[in-house]
Structure formats: C-alpha cells, structure tokens
Design a protein around this ligand. Structure first.
Ligand code: SF4
Length: 365
C-alpha cells in the first residue's frame, strides 16, 4: 500500500492546518488576522487543507484565498438582522438531517465536516461543531421520509461537504436514494474540487457514474482556485457523466468585480463546469464584512451580459431570510412597456423595441 502523500485526500484532511502555530508559520499574519483567530476560536471551527493553504499568498493578508479561510475579528460581531439560521432550516427539518423546504426538493445534511472551513459559511451554526456524519440509523429515517413523500423529485446531499463522506458511505446513500422510484434528481454539494481536488479519485468517479444522472454542485469563488489539479478533478467528474455546476458567493474584496467573475467563469467553462448561481451572501451571523450591496451583483451581471458568452453569465440569486426561497434578480434591461411595445436597453447602451403579436393585444386597452 503506497504511503499517503500530498496527493491523497485522506492525508490532506488529516494534516489540515488547524492551530495558530501552524497558521502563523504558513502566513505572515497581520494584527487583524491574529486578533481574528483569537476572537473566533470558540465561535467557528478553523481548518485549511495544505493544498488550499498553499494557494494563498504568504505575505498578503488581502489575498483572496487567505481572506476566505483566515478569521478576522469582525466575525465575532453580530449585526442587526443577522441570524444563526438565516435560511430557516431548523424549522423545516422534517426528520433528523433532512430539510424539506421546496415542494419537490429536500436537503440531506449527511455530515457536518468540511476539508476547509470557509469564514463566510452560512451553516456555521452546525458545520464543524463536532465533526461527525449522520449515522445509518438517522439516515434511514430520512430515506423513509423521502420514500413516503412522492412529491419529492430531488434530493441534495450536502452538509458540511458531502464528499467528506467516505466512498462506502456515499455509495450507500446514493444506492438508497436511487432505489426510490419517484426520485429523479440527486445532487451532491461539495467544495472538494476547490479545496481538496485529490478527493475526486477514479474510484469516486466510478461510484457517481453508477448512479447517473448525478449533479455535482461545487463552489469556486476566485480564478486563483482554478488550478491544474482542480481542472483534473472536474474533468474526472465530467468524464464519468456527472454534470458539474458552480455556485459562487459574492464576497467583498474577494470577487466583487466584473473582471474577477468574468475571469473565473471563463476558466470554469473551459474546465467544463457551468456557472450557475452568483449568490448574494446570506444574513448569517458574523459575515457582514463579506457582504456586498445588491447593486454590486447587479452591476456584475450587467457587465457580463453581452461582453461574455451567455455560458459564463450566472444567475444572481438571493436566498431570502426565513427560508422563503431563492429569488433571482436581473439588472433593469426593460426601459418601458407600452401596449405591444417593450423597449429594451442593450449591452451597448442602445435601445430597441420588441413588439408582441397583434393578436395577443386585441381587446386590451
Ligand atoms: S465548504 Fe461549504 S459547508 Fe463547508 S465551510 Fe465552506 S461554505 Fe460552509
């Protein structure tokens, strides 16, 4: 058996940077980062895979990789309007670990573990608290619920990071879900292609292929995350028939500019990953310093449309507080609507009129 190395995902997880000493040896920490580490130690778990840590700049605290994983003191501040459970998941937990929010979809929180603990995590109330995965007994209650609820067509396996589950456990969950006749879509939510791409082994790809169609929802936020290893991991998934979508979170000072999102999405498309959502940060506790005004996201979409291929333009999405669902938002491209005519502003700034069919307006005032 080969000795575990840097390219082994188990080694990466086992050797996560998880204390101050090792963090301070890896990066030249500024005062804010040092205070941030102390202020958040008891609030949210800290951990970075060696792979992801090496993507960061040793000297620059504003490096977009470092900003995502090194705590700042602001994280300890709770602002007006922030919630520990911004998406109201607890009240929609129908059996342990299963959230039923939309009529036809359910979310299975199969583990609370992640390879890297992102400082902007929306689910920080549960993620990394005890580092455990749902037992088969608890999972069987979730499967029973799904089996007994025919309106459910889709289950999203999440956590934590769903790919922190070992191959056997993932295989078991997929097998159980695929045995439910009315379940059409299974998604797996993971940041592993970004934070620990060595997790995407041939063996894992073969498991996912067995339960096709599988959708993997991953989470790249910055072009610096699109490394050769990340591209290979995504290629392994796509070659196994997995459809890979990306959901970025809009983060102040990290990716809140048209040029950054354009570069990121261009790279993702060339890695055969489809940019799906650009998420507005949720109102989770302690992450106000990451949040951007809604207009920033609208300006980014406006800046992409027409200037970049439509394949690279994600939907700007707000998951509204209280678990009431996602809303997608678009810039104001309609200038006015009068009778049959709608006047649009195009990406060049020119305006143009589109006419509805005459029939459709007969009898209307
Ligand atoms: S990988 Fe996802 S669940 Fe885990 S800490 Fe990051 S954002 Fe949260």
């Amino acid at each position: 058996m080969p000795w575990p190395t840097f390219n082994d995902w188990g080694w990466q997880v086992k050797n996560r940077l998880d204390d101050f000493e090792i963090l301070a040896r890896t990066y030249q920490l500024d005062d804010d980062e040092q205070r941030g580490f102390a202020a958040t130690r008891s609030l949210f778990r800290f951990g970075i895979t060696p792979y992801y840590a090496l993507l960061g700049d040793r000297e620059d605290p504003d490096c977009p990789i470092r900003r995502q994983v090194v705590p700042r003191p602001e994280e300890a501040e709770i602002r007006l309007g922030e919630r520990s459970d911004p998406l109201g998941e607890e009240e929609r937990e129908v059996v342990p670990n299963l959230i039923h929010r939309y009529p036809d979809r359910a979310l299975l929180l199969a583990t609370d573990r992640c390879p890297v603990y992102c400082r902007f995590c929306t689910r920080r109330r549960i993620v990394g608290r005890v580092e455990r995965q749902a037992t088969r007994e608890l999972l069987s209650e979730a499967f029973e619920y799904v089996r007994a609820t025919p309106e459910l067509r889709e289950v999203i396996i999440s956590g934590g990071d769903a790919m922190m589950l070992g191959d056997n456990q993932l295989d078991y969950i997929l097998r159980e879900l695929r045995s439910i006749p009315h379940l059409e879509i299974v998604r797996v939510a993971t940041r592993m292609p970004v934070t620990c791409p060595m997790r995407i082994t041939d063996q894992l790809a073969a498991i996912l292929k067995r339960y096709s169609p599988i959708y993997v929802m991953t989470h790249f936020n910055h072009p610096a995350e699109c490394t050769e290893l990340a591209a290979e991991a995504c290629a392994r998934l796509v070659d196994a028939g997995v459809v890979v979508y990306n959901q970025s979170v809009l983060l102040r000072g990290i990716n809140d500019a048209v040029a950054v999102i354009a570069d990121l999405n261009r790279r993702l498309v060339s890695m055969r990953v489809t940019p799906y959502y650009l998420h507005q940060c949720d109102l989770a506790e302690g992450i106000e310093h990451f949040r951007t005004p809604l207009q920033v996201g609208l300006d980014i979409i406006d800046g992409l449309r027409g200037h970049a291929s439509g394949l690279m333009v994600p939907q700007l999405c707000v998951d509204v507080p209280g678990g009431l669902g996602k809303v997608t938002v678009v810039p104001d491209w309609v200038v006015r609507r009068e009778g049959r005519a709608t006047t649009f502003r195009t990406y060049t700034g020119a305006t143009a009129e589109y006419l509805d069919p005459v029939d459709s307006h007969k009898g209307r005032s």
